[in-house]
Design a protein around this ligand. Structure first.
Ligand SMILES: Cc1cc2nc3c(=O)[nH]c(=O)nc-3n(C[C@H](O)[C@H](O)[C@H](O)COP(=O)(O)OP(=O)(O)OC[C@H]3O[C@@H](n4cnc5c(N)ncnc54)[C@H](O)[C@@H]3O)c2cc1C
Length: 414
């Protein structure tokens, strides 16, 4: 790009492109293919990989401008996109990035196992090379969206005779095959966002490996770093988008995705509802309620500023750092405080479920109270974030591990 990029110049360029190419009667897939091929889906990606080599700030600017032009913006590149872009190799970038950006292939994350969550490197699902294919056996759990995914980001053990972090490989698993059985899990908030995934002689083409064989821990860390700053954003807003086939298909897609994520706002505690809740319950004059509301709003504001600081650092092209762990902990603290304040206002009646006409906030409160604990677990628990900060930011000694350096086969048998 010869001329200096400014927000104004980027907006002008993308708007001109949208004006020339947007046709609301085209299919959503065709529109996304145009966006991807023109480099506007993720403009911060390199030109060779469907981007325009622009700074990171351009992604938001472009996405907003496309909507302002009355068009449907691109889908988020999720966790698989940036991981494959960073880790490669080229043939995986060639095979997977474009269909991910056009929405032709939906992904899920197959990391956690029944006895390997926080200690993810302790995983035991095993892949063995058999001719031109890897054969995988094991079990994964808590896998969001696995029930409608085409591909899974899978970490599996490929060498048991080296220390546990060294014998792991990061694969792309084709989900629609006989060796993959997906069983939905019903949660206590009555949603079913997660699944158990059973792998029995599941097959993976030999070269569907992200990064290198036995070096999958590095790629997994890249995914986890993105996860700590990623939000599952599902926009159901279509105001301002020109009516037509592309808009209808985008709305249908968002509604389907929202089934999985509809309780995520409740999981965050719904701090936005506390003042109205206190007013409706006639508790705004109670000094304890007032104090706890202001404590919550201060925490929430500080958390937003931390997120903005992290976003500003990303826009300057800095890699994800400690602010991912700090931000994630802040979200957990805000969610817990919000649930406490809602409970303080509602009392025991807060437990009434939505079917009861007396349920506070039409039953949303009950959903908040049973969804908030998930905030401190997903993407790494609070305790793990404390460990990360203690070791990597404060320089405290590492957690003792008597099996460190041992071949994993021996470490498991100790
Ligand atoms: C909403 C949600 C979505 C999820 N989506 C996915 C997904 O799509 N794909 C996927 O693979 N997984 C997913 N998970 C799983 C998630 O990554 C794990 O639940 C998480 O890593 C914790 O692992 P665990 O449940 O096995 O708990 P454990 O690791 O067994 O932890 C149990 C308790 O022990 C504590 N603990 C463990 N180790 C330490 C330590 N070293 N120091 C101090 N305390 C410790 C933990 O903090 C926790 O309180 C999801 C989870 C949630 C809640």
């Amino acid at each position: 790009m010869g001329t200096r990029l400014t927000e104004l110049s980027v907006r002008r360029d993308v708007r001109a492109w949208v004006t020339a190419h947007w046709d609301p009667s085209m299919s959503l897939r065709s529109w996304r293919e145009l966006l991807v091929d023109a480099g506007w889906a993720v403009p911060s990606w390199p030109e060779r990989w469907y981007g325009k080599g622009m700074p990171a700030w351009a992604d938001d600017v472009v996405s907003r401008e496309i909507r302002r032009g009355g068009a449907v913006s691109s889908i988020p590149s999720g966790l698989a996109g940036p991981t494959i872009l960073e880790q490669g190799p080229d043939h995986t970038r060639e095979r997977f990035l474009r269909p991910l950006l056009t929405g032709a292939e939906v992904w899920c994350q197959l990391f956690s196992e029944p006895s390997a969550g926080s200690d993810l490197a302790g995983l035991t699902a095993t892949a063995v090379l058999d001719g031109d294919e890897w054969v995988v056996n094991g079990q994964k759990v808590w896998n969001t969206s696995a029930h409608h995914a085409d591909l899974g980001m899978l970490v599996a053990r490929t060498d048991w005779d080296v220390p546990k972090h060294q014998g792991i490989t990061y694969f792309v698993l084709p989900m629609r095959q006989p060796g993959v059985e997906v069983r939905p899990l019903r949660q206590m908030n009555d949603h079913a966002s997660f699944n158990e995934v059973f792998l029995t002689d599941a097959r993976i083409p030999k070269d569907w490996v992200v990064g290198e064989v036995n070096q999958g821990w590095t790629a997994a860390l890249a995914t986890l770093a993105h996860e700590r700053r990623w939000r599952a954003l599902v926009s159901l807003r279509v105001e301002g988008i020109d009516p037509g086939r592309a808009r209808d298909e985008a709305l249908a897609e968002a509604l389907e995705a929202a089934k999985v994520y509809s309780w995520y706002p409740q999981r965050a505690g719904r701090a936005d509802l506390v003042v109205d809740h206190a007013r409706a319950a006639g508790r705004t004059a109670d000094p304890v309620v007032r104090q706890e509301i202001s404590r919550l709003l201060c925490m929430q504001r500080a958390s937003e500023w931390t997120a903005e600081r992290a976003q500003a650092a990303r826009k300057l092209g800095r890699p994800p750092g400690a602010e991912g762990s700090i931000g994630k902990l802040a979200l957990s603290n805000v969610a817990r405080q919000a649930a406490d304040v809602h409970s303080l206002i509602a009392g025991a009646g807060g437990l009434l479920a939505g079917v009861d006409p007396a349920a506070p906030l039409g039953g949303v409160l009950a959903e908040i109270l049973i969804s908030v604990p998930a905030q401190s677990i997903a993407g790494g628990t609070d305790e793990i974030q404390h460990n990360v900060l203690g070791e990597r930011v404060l320089g405290l000694p590492r957690e003792p591990d008597p099996t460190r350096g041992m071949p994993y086969r021996d470490a498991r048998n100790r």
